[in-house]
Design a protein around this ligand. Structure first.
Ligand code: KIV
Length: 266
């Protein structure tokens, strides 16, 4: 399978075919996502919450992101790998943003980076793109701004906020982002952004009209139990299956039924 490139992503939009994006943070999970034919694997800083067990994405570091992106890239035969720039790896100086974005390509074999923010990030996006690094922007509910937003809340509910998010969408497109994740906005606004932009829109809690969708894989597989946002569809409850399996193993060891002859060497 050839690797998915930004040209394939543009082509899908042009042909009206939906773009699929899903997170993964390690080799076996990325292999499943890749083999399922997902277009883009996002190594999201959501790993802070679903893998590291912290309560926001803010503590995640560049080195941790590089570590996880390396594992994912080794597994991705066809999916494009997009790595998330973590909090404070791109907000301070444009040069630092370019260097950290470049680390994902040089050290971890990613093919693009994602960063949060709209108009205020336009110059930074431009600088990263000028260095030859494709950028996915992320607008609407931006989890790295959780303390500014007063929590993980739906954005763009009033006219002024809608206008601001539309302006953000235009700004990141004009700055050269090849795609934009739109998170946590009313479906009507997701639809309006989709109609207004030339670049592909990838929604998460942004209604059905975006060019593509993204979810956190731990949500989709039922592996994250702390809370479930309204936009999540749980396709399986793997946590329940895993818990049952581990309990059975414990019982078997305690009963002496495992290991049996079948699992012993002659
Ligand atoms: O970090 C992440 O996984 C994300 C997605 C939720 C879009 O940013």
């Amino acid at each position: 399978m050839p690797k998915t490139t930004i040209l394939d992503i543009y082509k899908k939009k042009a042909e009206g075919r939906k773009i699929t994006m899903l997170t993964a943070y390690d080799f076996p999970t990325a292999q499943i996502v890749d083999q399922a034919g997902i277009d883009i694997i996002l190594v999201g800083d959501s790993l802070g919450m679903v893998v590291q067990g912290v309560s926001s994405t803010l503590p995640v570091t560049m080195d941790e992101m590089i570590y996880h992106t390396k594992m994912v890239s080794r597994a991705a035969q066809s999916a494009m790998v997009v790595a998330d720039l973590p909090f404070l790896s791109y907000q301070t100086h444009k040069a630092e943003a370019v260097l950290n974005s470049g680390r994902f390509l040089k050290e971890a074999n990613a093919e693009a980076v994602k960063l949060e923010g709209g108009s205020q990030m336009a110059d930074t996006i431009r600088a990263i793109v000028d260095a030859g690094i494709p950028v996915v922007a992320h607008i609407g509910l931006t989890p790295q701004y959780v303390h500014m937003l007063g929590g993980f809340k739906v954005q763009g509910r009033n006219e002024a906020a809608r206008e601001k998010i539309l302006a953000d969408a235009r700004a990141v497109q004009d700055a050269g982002a090849f795609s934009v994740v739109v998170e946590g906005v009313p479906a009507s606004l997701g639809s309006e952004i989709h109609r207004e932009l030339r670049i592909p829109t990838i929604g998460i809690g942004a209604g059905p009209d975006c060019d593509g969708q993204v979810l956190v894989i731990h949500d989709l597989l039922g592996l994250f139990e702390r809370f479930t946002p309204k936009f999540v569809k749980k396709y399986v409850n793997l946590r329940e299956h895993a818990l049952k399996a581990v309990k059975e193993y414990k019982q078997d060891v305690e009963d002496g039924t495992f290991p049996s002859e079948e699992h012993s060497f002659k």
